[in-house]
Design a protein around this ligand. Structure first.
Ligand SMILES: [Zn+2]
Ligand SMILES: [Zn+2]
Length: 167
């Protein structure tokens, strides 16, 4: 298994088999900065693609599985999670007319940017340890998933605490 920060697909076999999907499995290291979560990292990303040459373009379908480590937005618990992102993209044969969209040239398709874009666009905006995480008490910091603290959080106080949260 090759580990690289680039996703490069060699198309030689595809050119010999027009219209036939060819599997491509790859493990890569993606930039942690692609994630919208503070202090989170992408431990690794597994790419599983089916690559088809539909003369003259290349169709790439499959999924990207990002293994991430980060902290719950509400209670700050450490989270290790796999996020699967479906991927479907056409790469146009390199030509001057195609200014938008992804391109390839020769027998080499560099899908790195498309993969990074997919991660940026498709990962959930917030990272939660569980959907109904109760978070931390804004007064004493108790993890309310574990126990209820004694703090008096009247509605006004709770609202004031909400206002102080930075998004
Ligand atoms: Zn949580
Ligand atoms: Zn409390």
């Amino acid at each position: 298994m090759i580990v690289s920060d680039k996703v490069i697909i060699d198309l030689t076999e595809n050119f010999a088999h027009v219209g036939e999907p060819i599997c491509f499995d790859f493990q890569c290291k993606l930039d942690d900065g692609l994630l919208p979560y503070p202090d989170a990292k992408i431990v690794k990303a597994d790419v599983h693609f089916e690559v088809t040459f539909v003369n003259p373009d290349i169709l790439v379908k499959g999924k990207i599985s990002c293994h991430i480590e980060g902290f719950c937005d509400r209670c700050l618990a450490l989270i290790k999670r796999q996020i699967d992102l479906p991927f479907c993209q056409t790469f146009y044969k390199d030509s001057a007319e195609e200014e938008d969209g992804y391109v390839y040239s020769g027998s080499r398709l560099d899908a790195t940017k498309a993969v990074c874009d997919e991660v940026v666009l498709s990962v959930p905006v917030s990272l939660l340890c569980k959907e109904d995480c109760k978070g931390l008490c804004p007064k004493c910091g108790t993890n309310l998933n574990e126990r209820q603290c004694e703090c008096d959080l009247s509605r006004e106080n709770a609202f004031a605490a909400l206002k102080n949260l930075k998004f």
